[in-house]
Design a protein around this ligand. Sequence first.
Ligand SMILES: Nc1ncnc2c1ncn2[C@@H]1O[C@H](COP(=O)(O)OP(=O)(O)O)[C@@H](O)[C@H]1O
Ligand SMILES: [Mg+2]
Length: 330
Amino acid sequence: MTGRTIALHVFASAKGGVGKSTLAIACAKLLSEEGRTCVLLDADFTGTSLADGLLLCAPLVASADGALDFYAPPTQRFLSREETIRLRMRRKDATLEEQFPAPPFLNDIFLHGDLKQECQIEALCWRHEDRDDRVLYLPSSPLGKDIGIALGWLFRDQAFTWLQRLTWLLEGMASQQAALTDVVIDLPPGLHGFAHEVLVLLSYISSGREMPTGFPAWHEQRDKLVWEARPFLITTPDRNDVILALEYYARHRKDLSELRVLLNRNVTTSIEQLRTDIRAYTEVEIGLDQVPLTVIGFLSPLSKVFQDRTLRLNPEVRALKKQLRVTEEG
Ligand SMILES: Nc1ncnc2c1ncn2[C@@H]1O[C@H](COP(=O)(O)OP(=O)(O)O)[C@@H](O)[C@H]1O
Ligand SMILES: [Mg+2]
Protein backbone atom coordinates (compact mmCIF):
# COMPACT_ATOMS: atom_id res chain seq x y z
CA MET A 1 0.00 0.00 0.00
CA THR A 2 1.37 3.38 -0.87
CA GLY A 3 0.42 6.23 1.39
CA ARG A 4 0.18 9.92 1.01
CA THR A 5 3.24 12.01 0.26
CA ILE A 6 4.00 15.47 1.58
CA ALA A 7 7.04 17.24 0.15
CA LEU A 8 9.19 19.41 2.42
CA HIS A 9 10.92 22.14 0.41
CA VAL A 10 13.59 23.74 2.58
CA PHE A 11 15.54 26.90 1.68
CA ALA A 12 18.84 27.43 3.50
CA SER A 13 21.86 29.69 2.95
CA ALA A 14 25.14 30.59 4.56
CA LYS A 15 24.48 34.32 4.27
CA GLY A 16 21.46 36.61 4.39
CA GLY A 17 20.12 38.55 1.42
CA VAL A 18 20.88 35.84 -1.13
CA GLY A 19 17.30 35.17 -2.26
CA LYS A 20 16.07 32.50 0.16
CA SER A 21 12.72 34.16 0.84
CA THR A 22 12.22 35.17 -2.78
CA LEU A 23 12.76 31.62 -4.00
CA ALA A 24 10.74 30.09 -1.14
CA ILE A 25 7.80 32.33 -2.02
CA ALA A 26 8.17 31.58 -5.73
CA CYS A 27 8.27 27.85 -4.94
CA ALA A 28 5.13 28.02 -2.78
CA LYS A 29 3.22 30.04 -5.36
CA LEU A 30 4.26 27.79 -8.22
CA LEU A 31 3.20 24.72 -6.24
CA SER A 32 -0.21 26.14 -5.42
CA GLU A 33 -0.65 27.14 -9.03
CA GLU A 34 -0.18 23.46 -9.86
CA GLY A 35 -3.24 22.84 -7.69
CA ARG A 36 -1.26 21.64 -4.69
CA THR A 37 -2.04 22.67 -1.12
CA CYS A 38 0.95 24.43 0.28
CA VAL A 39 1.87 26.02 3.62
CA LEU A 40 4.83 28.41 3.72
CA LEU A 41 6.58 28.36 7.12
CA ASP A 42 8.58 31.53 7.57
CA ALA A 43 11.15 30.13 9.99
CA ASP A 44 13.60 33.02 9.62
CA PHE A 45 13.19 34.20 13.20
CA THR A 46 15.88 36.85 12.83
CA GLY A 47 13.27 39.51 12.06
CA THR A 48 12.94 39.61 8.28
CA SER A 49 9.32 38.52 8.47
CA LEU A 50 7.14 37.71 5.48
CA ALA A 51 4.44 39.62 7.38
CA ASP A 52 6.46 42.72 6.45
CA GLY A 53 7.45 41.57 2.99
CA LEU A 54 4.05 40.52 1.65
CA LEU A 55 0.53 41.90 1.89
CA LEU A 56 -0.67 39.28 4.34
CA CYS A 57 -3.96 39.21 6.24
CA ALA A 58 -4.10 37.62 9.69
CA PRO A 59 -6.71 34.97 10.45
CA LEU A 60 -9.55 35.66 12.86
CA VAL A 61 -8.57 33.55 15.88
CA ALA A 62 -8.49 35.83 18.89
CA SER A 63 -10.67 35.11 21.89
CA ALA A 64 -12.64 37.95 23.47
CA ASP A 65 -9.64 39.26 25.46
CA GLY A 66 -7.45 39.49 22.36
CA ALA A 67 -5.32 36.44 23.22
CA LEU A 68 -4.77 33.70 20.67
CA ASP A 69 -7.04 30.71 20.85
CA PHE A 70 -4.81 27.80 19.83
CA TYR A 71 -7.67 25.32 19.85
CA ALA A 72 -10.40 27.07 17.87
CA PRO A 73 -11.11 25.42 14.52
CA PRO A 74 -10.37 27.45 11.36
CA THR A 75 -12.92 30.23 10.87
CA GLN A 76 -11.94 30.73 7.19
CA ARG A 77 -12.22 34.41 8.01
CA PHE A 78 -9.37 36.85 7.66
CA LEU A 79 -8.85 40.40 8.81
CA SER A 80 -8.40 43.22 6.34
CA ARG A 81 -4.91 44.62 5.88
CA GLU A 82 -5.85 47.65 8.03
CA GLU A 83 -7.15 45.45 10.85
CA THR A 84 -4.07 43.23 10.57
CA ILE A 85 -1.78 46.24 10.94
CA ARG A 86 -3.82 47.58 13.86
CA LEU A 87 -3.58 44.23 15.62
CA ARG A 88 0.17 44.11 15.06
CA MET A 89 0.50 47.57 16.64
CA ARG A 90 -1.52 46.38 19.61
CA ARG A 91 0.70 43.34 19.97
CA LYS A 92 3.75 45.55 19.91
CA ASP A 93 2.42 47.44 22.93
CA ALA A 94 1.23 44.33 24.77
CA THR A 95 2.79 43.71 28.17
CA LEU A 96 4.70 40.54 28.97
CA GLU A 97 1.80 39.32 31.12
CA GLU A 98 -0.46 39.22 28.08
CA GLN A 99 0.61 35.85 26.74
CA PHE A 100 0.28 35.25 23.01
CA PRO A 101 -1.73 38.25 21.84
CA ALA A 102 -3.09 38.05 18.26
CA PRO A 103 -2.10 38.06 15.44
CA PRO A 104 -0.52 34.59 15.44
CA PHE A 105 3.10 34.15 14.40
CA LEU A 106 5.04 30.94 13.87
CA ASN A 107 7.00 31.91 17.02
CA ASP A 108 3.82 31.54 19.09
CA ILE A 109 3.14 28.07 17.79
CA PHE A 110 6.68 26.99 18.66
CA LEU A 111 6.56 28.53 22.13
CA HIS A 112 3.10 27.30 22.95
CA GLY A 113 3.80 24.00 24.68
CA ASP A 114 0.91 21.95 23.42
CA LEU A 115 1.83 21.10 19.83
CA LYS A 116 1.18 17.39 20.34
CA GLN A 117 -2.36 18.05 21.47
CA GLU A 118 -5.10 19.81 19.59
CA CYS A 119 -3.40 23.04 18.54
CA GLN A 120 -5.30 24.00 15.37
CA ILE A 121 -2.57 24.94 12.96
CA GLU A 122 -4.60 25.73 9.88
CA ALA A 123 -6.67 28.18 11.95
CA LEU A 124 -3.47 30.12 12.64
CA CYS A 125 -2.44 30.47 8.97
CA TRP A 126 -2.53 33.81 7.18
CA ARG A 127 -3.60 34.52 3.59
CA HIS A 128 -2.43 37.01 1.02
CA GLU A 129 -4.65 40.03 0.42
CA ASP A 130 -4.88 38.87 -3.20
CA ARG A 131 -7.15 35.85 -2.75
CA ASP A 132 -6.00 34.30 -6.04
CA ASP A 133 -2.91 33.50 -4.02
CA ARG A 134 -3.83 30.16 -2.48
CA VAL A 135 -0.74 29.73 -0.30
CA LEU A 136 -1.23 29.48 3.47
CA TYR A 137 1.39 31.47 5.37
CA LEU A 138 2.75 31.18 8.90
CA PRO A 139 4.92 34.30 9.20
CA SER A 140 7.60 34.78 11.85
CA SER A 141 7.28 37.73 14.17
CA PRO A 142 9.17 40.91 13.24
CA LEU A 143 8.77 42.34 16.76
CA GLY A 144 11.93 42.94 18.78
CA LYS A 145 10.78 41.14 21.91
CA ASP A 146 9.81 38.04 19.93
CA ILE A 147 13.13 38.01 18.08
CA GLY A 148 14.92 38.20 21.43
CA ILE A 149 13.12 35.07 22.61
CA ALA A 150 13.61 33.24 19.31
CA LEU A 151 17.36 33.84 19.12
CA GLY A 152 17.83 32.04 22.42
CA TRP A 153 16.23 29.00 20.86
CA LEU A 154 17.98 29.29 17.53
CA PHE A 155 21.58 29.84 18.47
CA ARG A 156 22.01 28.29 21.88
CA ASP A 157 21.76 24.66 22.77
CA GLN A 158 18.02 24.73 22.47
CA ALA A 159 18.06 24.44 18.67
CA PHE A 160 17.42 20.75 18.97
CA THR A 161 14.29 21.29 21.01
CA TRP A 162 12.96 23.73 18.47
CA LEU A 163 13.59 21.17 15.77
CA GLN A 164 11.54 18.73 17.79
CA ARG A 165 8.73 21.24 17.90
CA LEU A 166 8.95 21.73 14.16
CA THR A 167 8.45 17.99 13.63
CA TRP A 168 5.38 17.98 15.88
CA LEU A 169 4.06 21.00 14.03
CA LEU A 170 4.48 19.12 10.73
CA GLU A 171 2.87 16.05 12.27
CA GLY A 172 -0.14 18.16 13.35
CA MET A 173 -0.45 19.79 9.94
CA ALA A 174 -0.38 16.44 8.18
CA SER A 175 -3.05 14.95 10.40
CA GLN A 176 -5.33 18.00 10.45
CA GLN A 177 -5.07 19.02 6.81
CA ALA A 178 -6.01 16.04 4.68
CA ALA A 179 -5.40 18.07 1.51
CA LEU A 180 -1.87 19.21 2.46
CA THR A 181 0.70 18.21 -0.17
CA ASP A 182 3.62 20.61 0.36
CA VAL A 183 5.36 22.53 3.10
CA VAL A 184 7.91 25.18 2.15
CA ILE A 185 10.32 26.30 4.89
CA ASP A 186 12.27 29.56 4.71
CA LEU A 187 15.15 29.12 7.19
CA PRO A 188 17.22 31.74 9.04
CA PRO A 189 20.56 32.58 7.40
CA GLY A 190 23.52 30.48 8.51
CA LEU A 191 24.29 26.79 8.24
CA HIS A 192 24.48 26.11 11.95
CA GLY A 193 22.02 25.87 14.85
CA PHE A 194 18.38 25.45 13.90
CA ALA A 195 18.96 25.76 10.14
CA HIS A 196 21.49 22.93 10.16
CA GLU A 197 19.24 20.83 12.40
CA VAL A 198 16.40 21.15 9.90
CA LEU A 199 18.69 19.92 7.12
CA VAL A 200 19.70 16.99 9.33
CA LEU A 201 16.00 16.26 9.81
CA LEU A 202 15.69 16.02 6.02
CA SER A 203 18.48 13.46 5.97
CA TYR A 204 16.47 11.35 8.43
CA ILE A 205 13.42 11.73 6.23
CA SER A 206 15.12 10.69 3.01
CA SER A 207 16.82 7.68 4.59
CA GLY A 208 13.67 6.58 6.45
CA ARG A 209 15.81 6.30 9.60
CA GLU A 210 14.24 6.27 13.02
CA MET A 211 14.42 9.67 14.66
CA PRO A 212 15.57 10.07 18.29
CA THR A 213 13.23 9.69 21.27
CA GLY A 214 10.78 12.55 21.54
CA PHE A 215 10.25 12.86 17.77
CA PRO A 216 7.30 11.50 15.75
CA ALA A 217 7.71 7.88 14.62
CA TRP A 218 7.62 8.73 10.90
CA HIS A 219 9.73 5.71 9.99
CA GLU A 220 6.95 3.38 11.24
CA GLN A 221 4.16 5.12 9.36
CA ARG A 222 5.57 5.10 5.86
CA ASP A 223 2.65 3.02 4.57
CA LYS A 224 0.38 5.95 5.50
CA LEU A 225 2.53 9.02 5.04
CA VAL A 226 5.89 9.61 3.40
CA TRP A 227 7.71 12.91 3.86
CA GLU A 228 9.78 13.81 0.85
CA ALA A 229 12.95 15.91 1.31
CA ARG A 230 13.68 18.80 -1.09
CA PRO A 231 16.56 20.77 0.45
CA PHE A 232 17.98 23.80 -1.36
CA LEU A 233 21.13 25.69 -0.50
CA ILE A 234 21.03 29.20 -1.96
CA THR A 235 24.15 31.15 -2.84
CA THR A 236 24.97 34.20 -4.89
CA PRO A 237 27.88 34.04 -7.36
CA ASP A 238 29.98 35.85 -4.75
CA ARG A 239 33.05 33.66 -4.43
CA ASN A 240 33.08 33.57 -0.64
CA ASP A 241 29.42 32.67 -0.55
CA VAL A 242 29.95 29.86 -3.07
CA ILE A 243 32.86 28.51 -1.05
CA LEU A 244 30.70 28.25 2.08
CA ALA A 245 28.00 26.45 0.11
CA LEU A 246 30.50 24.03 -1.42
CA GLU A 247 32.09 23.28 1.91
CA TYR A 248 28.69 22.55 3.44
CA TYR A 249 27.74 20.41 0.48
CA ALA A 250 31.02 18.47 0.65
CA ARG A 251 30.55 17.74 4.34
CA HIS A 252 26.94 16.66 4.12
CA ARG A 253 26.33 15.23 0.67
CA LYS A 254 26.54 11.65 1.91
CA ASP A 255 23.53 12.08 4.18
CA LEU A 256 21.79 14.75 2.15
CA SER A 257 21.87 13.37 -1.36
CA GLU A 258 18.79 15.42 -2.29
CA LEU A 259 20.56 18.72 -1.60
CA ARG A 260 20.64 21.09 -4.58
CA VAL A 261 22.73 24.22 -4.69
CA LEU A 262 20.99 27.18 -6.33
CA LEU A 263 23.34 29.82 -7.67
CA ASN A 264 20.99 32.78 -7.56
CA ARG A 265 21.15 36.25 -9.09
CA ASN A 266 23.80 35.24 -11.50
CA VAL A 267 24.55 38.13 -13.81
CA THR A 268 27.80 37.62 -15.59
CA THR A 269 29.92 35.22 -13.60
CA SER A 270 30.86 32.25 -15.68
CA ILE A 271 30.93 28.94 -13.91
CA GLU A 272 34.34 28.35 -15.44
CA GLN A 273 35.69 31.50 -13.79
CA LEU A 274 34.17 30.55 -10.43
CA ARG A 275 35.71 27.12 -10.70
CA THR A 276 39.16 28.59 -11.35
CA ASP A 277 38.82 31.07 -8.48
CA ILE A 278 37.72 28.44 -6.04
CA ARG A 279 40.56 26.15 -6.99
CA ALA A 280 43.05 28.97 -6.61
CA TYR A 281 41.88 30.36 -3.30
CA THR A 282 40.61 27.51 -1.18
CA GLU A 283 41.03 23.97 -0.10
CA VAL A 284 37.37 23.01 -0.24
CA GLU A 285 37.16 19.28 -0.58
CA ILE A 286 34.98 19.36 -3.63
CA GLY A 287 34.99 20.93 -7.06
CA LEU A 288 32.07 22.82 -8.56
CA ASP A 289 31.74 20.13 -11.22
CA GLN A 290 30.78 17.56 -8.57
CA VAL A 291 27.89 19.62 -7.21
CA PRO A 292 24.29 19.55 -8.46
CA LEU A 293 24.34 23.23 -9.24
CA THR A 294 21.40 25.08 -10.72
CA VAL A 295 21.83 28.58 -12.01
CA ILE A 296 19.07 31.18 -11.57
CA GLY A 297 19.64 34.36 -13.48
CA PHE A 298 19.01 37.93 -12.46
CA LEU A 299 15.25 38.38 -12.50
CA SER A 300 14.34 42.00 -12.80
CA PRO A 301 10.65 41.67 -11.84
CA LEU A 302 11.54 39.49 -8.87
CA SER A 303 13.82 42.13 -7.47
CA LYS A 304 10.67 44.09 -6.70
CA VAL A 305 9.17 41.32 -4.61
CA PHE A 306 9.51 43.33 -1.42
CA GLN A 307 8.40 46.54 -3.08
CA ASP A 308 5.20 45.70 -4.89
CA ARG A 309 4.82 42.72 -2.54
CA THR A 310 2.67 40.66 -4.83
CA LEU A 311 5.18 38.55 -6.74
CA ARG A 312 2.85 37.88 -9.62
CA LEU A 313 3.72 34.81 -11.54
CA ASN A 314 5.25 36.32 -14.63
CA PRO A 315 6.94 34.15 -17.26
CA GLU A 316 10.34 34.60 -15.64
CA VAL A 317 9.13 33.17 -12.34
CA ARG A 318 7.20 30.42 -14.12
CA ALA A 319 10.44 29.44 -15.81
CA LEU A 320 11.81 28.53 -12.36
CA LYS A 321 9.51 25.51 -12.04
CA LYS A 322 12.24 23.09 -12.99
CA GLN A 323 14.99 24.72 -10.94
CA LEU A 324 12.75 24.70 -7.88
CA ARG A 325 11.73 21.10 -8.58
CA VAL A 326 8.03 22.01 -8.73
CA THR A 327 7.90 19.84 -11.80
CA GLU A 328 10.45 17.08 -11.83
CA GLU A 329 13.43 17.52 -14.05
CA GLY A 330 14.37 15.19 -16.81
N1 LIG B 1 17.14 36.08 -8.93
C1 LIG B 1 17.02 37.35 -8.46
N2 LIG B 1 17.11 38.40 -9.30
C2 LIG B 1 17.02 39.66 -8.85
N3 LIG B 1 16.84 40.00 -7.57
C3 LIG B 1 16.73 39.01 -6.66
C4 LIG B 1 16.81 37.63 -7.06
N4 LIG B 1 16.67 36.89 -5.93
C5 LIG B 1 16.52 37.76 -4.91
N5 LIG B 1 16.55 39.02 -5.31
C6 LIG B 1 16.44 40.26 -4.48
O1 LIG B 1 17.49 40.22 -3.51
C7 LIG B 1 17.05 40.74 -2.27
C8 LIG B 1 17.26 39.72 -1.17
O2 LIG B 1 16.41 38.60 -1.41
P1 LIG B 1 15.70 37.80 -0.24
O3 LIG B 1 14.86 36.76 -0.88
O4 LIG B 1 15.05 38.71 0.74
O5 LIG B 1 16.98 37.12 0.46
P2 LIG B 1 17.11 36.30 1.82
O6 LIG B 1 15.77 35.74 2.15
O7 LIG B 1 18.12 35.24 1.50
O8 LIG B 1 17.61 37.25 2.86
C9 LIG B 1 15.58 41.11 -2.46
O9 LIG B 1 15.51 42.49 -2.73
C10 LIG B 1 15.16 40.29 -3.66
O10 LIG B 1 14.10 40.92 -4.36
MG1 LIG C 1 14.66 36.08 3.92
